[in-house]
Design a protein around this ligand. Structure first.
Ligand SMILES: Cc1cc2nc3c(=O)[nH]c(=O)nc-3n(C[C@H](O)[C@H](O)[C@H](O)COP(=O)(O)OP(=O)(O)OC[C@H]3O[C@@H](n4cnc5c(N)ncnc54)[C@H](O)[C@@H]3O)c2cc1C
Length: 388
């Protein structure tokens, strides 16, 4: 059993790091403060060919697995950009999975090529204000008309909607109460996000402000038939396929930026002198940081295990959820401790850890909350009665 990164994995890490290192704290804090999408970083990653890491080779992708994507995204967040950097790219990696698996050859060519080239940017329209985590209760409805569908509904938290020109949109085509199963009757589209017809209203939020999140208002919007992914009524099942890769990636992204926060804390602890010695000489400072290292490292390897299972075509739901849970928690604790280690200066923007701290709570509840992960493990692994 090989429990280390292969030479190919290390080459991915090195290639990504070369790009990531060009974007420093000054760049990312300006993007955050000015709420400005990191176009330059996005372009650099597209030019480097990284946006198509999991996409088919014939479309310009690298056709690699979730393991390689996880290493890539972990390296991305190990730089200075924190969750902002991950969110700039994240949807390109797992979002179009439904198109990769269920799209027609024409759709793959039309939809994936510009995503890989970085000329299209896509957002993900699943969450709705009145449905929350109960996705089968979404109300956005697509009514069949000649040549396509007319869609009406509300989405919330649609990230990068301000800069995206495409949306992966989950709708209902049959009301839930008329379906055999609640997961039936939902249809997935990948279509234009035409802002002359769809209102995309930015939500002011605590952190990760370089990448916007929005309330999205869709009223009687025409979506052509050729933008429907797969069969009508099967959209939820298509989305399900991309959930495990998404969880693995989010977990690994969280580990990367937790480790970045930890290295900043350790550096400060080595350098800051109080009572005539480095603060890092105190066990009260050392031990929490050592604990952060242990937790981040464990989360990393759980993520790698989940990715390995996924790529081998084996069930990985429990491991993918566990990786996301552990990564997010370890990241949050490391970012909190990074602020605490800096004392008052942890609160100053100069040291960057407050920026990471504000972002670090996010992976704990997106794309899925800790409670729902625990519900999943309790039910599917421990065979306890479903609680919701
Ligand atoms: C910054 C940001 C970006 C996002 N980007 C996107 C995006 O691009 N596209 C998109 O579609 N969505 C996006 N989301 C939405 C995100 O995925 C949801 O916020 C998340 O899934 C939680 O859903 P909710 O907020 O509706 O929580 P709710 O469903 O309202 O739940 C609230 C709380 O109740 C708990 N709870 C509910 N039911 C149970 C139960 N049965 N057992 C135990 N606990 C329960 C939940 O765990 C949670 O803690 C984003 C959210 C944020 C904050």
């Amino acid at each position: 059993m090989e429990m280390d990164l292969s030479p190919e994995h290390l080459a991915i890490r090195e290639g990504v790091k070369k790009i990531v290192d060009r974007f420093d704290d000054e760049y990312w804090s300006a993007c955050e403060e000015e709420k400005k999408f990191p176009f330059e970083f996005h372009k650099a990653m597209a030019d480097g060919g990284w946006l198509g890491i999991t996409m088919p080779e014939e479309l310009g992708g690298a056709n690699l697995g979730v393991t390689e994507a996880a290493i890539m995204m972990h390296t991305v967040t190990s730089g200075c950009g924190g969750y902002n950097s991950a969110s700039t790219l994240h949807l390109n990696i797992f979002g179009p999975h439904a198109v990769v698996v269920h799209g027609t050859p024409e759709q793959k060519e039309r939809m994936l090529k510009p995503l890989i080239a970085g000329t299209d940017r896509a957002c993900f329209g699943v969450t709705e204000p009145d449905a929350g985590l109960d996705t089968t209760s979404i109300k956005t409805f697509a009514t069949k008309v000649d040549g396509g569908y007319r869609v009406t509904g509300r989405k919330i938290w649609t990230s990068s909607g301000q800069v995206a020109n495409k949306i992966l949109l989950l709708t209902r085509t049959t009301p839930k109460d008329q379906c055999k199963k609640p997961t039936d009757g939902m249809t997935l589209f990948y279509t234009d996000l035409d802002k002359s017809q769809i209102e995309v209203r930015r939500i002011p939020k605590m952190g990760r402000n370089a990448v916007d999140s929005n309330a999205t208002f869709i009223d009687d919007y025409f979506v052509p038939e050729e933008d429907r992914i797969g069969e009508e009524g099967k959209g939820f099942h298509y989305i399900l396929h991309s959930l495990n890769p998404e969880r693995i990636l989010v977990g690994m992204e969280a580990v990367g930026f937790g480790q970045n926060a930890l290295s900043r804390a350790a550096q400060y602890a080595r350098e800051r002198q109080v009572f005539g010695r480095p603060i890092g000489q105190n066990q009260g400072i050392q031990h929490p940081l050592a604990k952060n290292w242990i937790e981040l490292e464990s989360a990393f390897w759980m993520g790698m295990r989940a990715a390995h299972l996924y790529d081998a075509g084996k069930p990985c739901g429990a491991e993918a959820n566990a990786a996301k849970y552990l990564g997010a928690k370890a990241c949050f604790d490391a970012c909190t401790q990074a602020v605490m280690t800096h004392g008052g200066m942890g609160y100053a923007k100069e040291y960057q850890v407050e920026r990471l701290f504000r972002e670090s709570i996010l992976p704990r509840f997106t794309p899925i909350t800790e409670q729902m992960i625990l519900n999943f493990i309790a039910e599917k692994v421990l065979d306890l009665p479903k609680s919701y």
